[in-house]
Design a protein around this ligand. Structure first.
Ligand SMILES: NC(=O)c1ccc[n+]([C@@H]2O[C@H](COP(=O)([O-])OP(=O)(O)OC[C@H]3O[C@@H](n4cnc5c(N)ncnc54)[C@H](OP(=O)(O)O)[C@@H]3O)[C@@H](O)[C@H]2O)c1
Length: 317
């Protein structure tokens, strides 16, 4: 049991939390750049940053001044050790959950959808739609990718989605009617991409894969284009011709959802409201692959790593 809540904190009895592949990479130490000593080594990491549950204690200041109340159901991010039953959460990172939002959705509304939201904003700021430009989203069938594609298409931004398997194209179209999607397993994919762009300049690439795919994609960016990276699914480095970067005025930008907590309160609240709205309108974007009790954490981890998994693995307690 954690200590009583400190100034500005609440204790939450967690009922559901998402288990992501990135959590497992954190546990094993793989989610750490070899050059970045600011990220703790895996021996000291206790995973779990988001979840949903009931407030079981509040600091006197929170009880007096905040919108939070004892017994209220809240979703939270970031907090430490969310794979525990009781978690200490800073009041500013706890959001009351509407009654119509099931725990299995509320427990996954932060890390993945917020990453998609941040990428969406950054793509817009990078001039994605300037002069009829287009955006390419790789790993478009991933949890982040499918929400990002929904946000981009709802905003009317032209995009081409890339997935790696031929049968993932049909899965993508089942979720996103009318969007262009190409499988990179087809050796002709670069030509198909040029056709799908239909003469539009490629202004923004959003890529969590890295490696050869990223290397090949960045060559296709138009002048002043931006390459946004947020993961390394391939586990491989990308190679960049620096002269190509310089002569075409290209930018490469890395993003992490970790910086969301530093955004202003108004932006954070609006982001969560938009995600609640998206989850209501497009529940298919928040699929659940399986539920596991905390005591079944090994089975849950195996399911997260199963390549046939489609959707979020939820840990309950
Ligand atoms: N920076 C951050 O803060 C942050 C936050 C969230 C996620 N991420 C990163 O975003 C990435 C996606 O996470 P997620 O939770 O959305 O993924 P996910 O739902 O677990 O799905 C993984 C997807 O990536 C595809 N994939 C796997 N390896 C690939 C490869 N080598 N080349 C092309 N596609 C590949 C899979 O395709 P198949 O269907 O063919 O298997 C699947 O569609 C991860 O790298 C994760 O670490 C970063």
């Amino acid at each position: 049991m954690p200590p009583p809540p400190g100034l500005g904190e609440v204790l939450v009895h967690v009922t559901a939390r998402a288990m992501h592949a990135i959590d497992l990479r954190t546990v094993t130490g793989a989610h750490r750049s070899s050059k970045d000593a600011s990220v703790p080594l895996f021996e000291t990491v206790r995973p779990g940053l988001e979840g949903v549950g009931e407030i079981v204690a509040l600091s006197p200041r929170v009880a007096r001044s905040s919108r939070l109340r004892l017994g209220m159901r809240v979703a939270f991010f970031p907090a430490r050790y969310a794979w525990s039953e009781i978690v200490t959460v800073a009041e500013k990172f706890a959001t009351p959950v509407p009654d119509d939002m099931p725990d299995e959705v509320a427990g996954q509304i932060h890390r993945v959808p917020l990453m998609a939201m941040m990428l969406f904003r950054c793509a817009q700021l990078s001039g994605a739609s300037k002069n009829g430009g287009a955006i390419v989203v790789s790993a478009a069938g991933s949890s982040v990718g499918r929400i990002l594609c929904a946000l981009l298409s709802e905003a009317g931004l032209p995009l081409v989605a890339l997935v790696r398997r031929a049968d993932a194209v049909a899965e993508f179209h089942a979720m996103h009617k009318g969007l262009r999607c190409i499988a990179t397993s087809n050796p002709n994919w670069p030509r198909q991409l040029v056709q799908a762009l239909d003469g539009r300049p490629l202004h923004v690439i959003v890529d969590p894969v890295g490696g050869d795919l990223a290397t090949e994609l960045i060559e296709k960016l138009d002048r002043h284009g931006t390459f946004l990276t947020y993961g390394d699914l391939s586990g491989e480095r990308m190679t960049v011709d620096t002269m190509h970067l310089a002569s075409r005025f290209l930018s490469i930008k890395g993003l992490s959802v970790d910086s969301w907590a530093n955004l202003g309160e108004r932006v954070r609240r609006r982001d969560i409201e938009q995600i609640f709205d998206l989850a209501r309108r497009r529940p298919e974007l928040f699929p659940v692959a399986g539920h596991y009790d905390l005591a079944e954490i090994s089975q849950a981890a195996a399911h997260v790593q199963d390549i046939r998994r489609r959707g979020c693995v939820v840990l309950t307690s």
